[in-house]
Design a protein around this ligand. Structure first.
Ligand SMILES: C[S@@+](CC[C@H](N)C(=O)[O-])C[C@H]1O[C@@H](n2cnc3c(N)ncnc32)[C@H](O)[C@@H]1O
Length: 245
């Protein structure tokens, strides 16, 4: 899958793209990631991409021309707009979640546009075919961290990226629930012991325990994930996920 990012700060991506799964996915040739500096698309002799807001007020606004030019150049480089999902990062957009990550992972190409300062001149919203996506109800300095969150969450869903695909099926949100608790060695740590069932060798029982724990944890932490039926169920019994002796 191809990813293109238009940003004022391409170097912010260096760390995220050169470690762990994102690095391996690129090395395996499963993804290609292309960073485009917005400043390369301004006609301003000082490479300026922003200006003061009409009507006054604080901050600077990203001007339309560099963004339109960057969009057109990148789309041309990508071989045309067909099959490219175009996303602008914005706190005002549709809330990003695992379902949207899965949707993006089915695309051929993803183009991410990062804002900065007070955000974009409104004509960028009106004149370019971007869908707005937010990573949550809080305001960040720029779209780079949201873009990295999207890159990471989409890339790890692509076939061949994560070693054992079962880990993707079992993790939080995949079955509409949170993940079950995990334990590793030692069996006892500071008075807390690993639940007996996990060392019983009984795979059917382990599966059942994990399902119960996932449901219990979801009811406790994120009842909204269970929909109106689950939310009506007010059972908040047993919250313990490990054995404390
Ligand atoms: C300081 S913010 C602009 C906020 C804007 N004035 C507002 O109040 O809606 C600058 C840029 O950061 C990015 N950004 C900030 N918070 C974000 C969020 N929660 N999700 C996605 N992008 C975000 C966007 O690209 C935005 O254009």
């Amino acid at each position: 899958m191809r990813f293109d990012v238009i940003t004022l700060f391409p170097s912010m991506f260096e760390g995220a793209l050169s470690e762990s799964i994102l690095k391996i996915a690129q090395e395996k040739g499963l993804v290609s990631i292309h960073l485009h500096n917005l400043r390369d698309h301004t006609l301003d002799p000082h490479r300026k991409v922003d200006d003061r807001p009409f009507g006054g007020g604080p901050g600077m606004v990203l001007a339309p021309d560099p963004v339109f030019r960057a969009y057109e150049a990148v789309i041309e480089e990508m071989g045309g707009a067909v099959g490219v999902r175009k996303v602008v990062l914005s706190p005002q957009g549709r809330r990003y979640d695992q379902a949207l990550a899965r949707e993006f992972a089915r695309e051929k190409a993803l183009l991410l546009l990062c804002g900065h300062y007070e955000g974009f001149d409104e004509r960028i919203r009106l004149g370019l075919p971007f869908e707005e996506v937010s990573i949550g109800d809080y305001v960040l300095t720029g779209g780079e961290i949201p873009a990295m969150a999207i890159l990471d969450s989409v890339i790890r869903l692509l076939p061949g990226v994560v070693g054992d695909p079962a880990s993707l099926e079992e993790e939080s949100f995949s079955a509409g629930m949170l993940d079950y608790p995990h334990y590793t060695r030692p069996r006892e740590y500071r008075g807390m012991t690993v639940p007996e069932v996990l060392v019983s060798g009984d795979h059917a029982k382990i599966l059942e325990w994990r399902r119960e724990q996932a449901l219990r944890r979801t009811k406790e932490m994120r009842r909204d994930l269970l929909g109106p039926e689950g939310q009506g169920d007010r059972d908040t019994s047993a919250t313990q996920t490990g054995d404390r002796s």
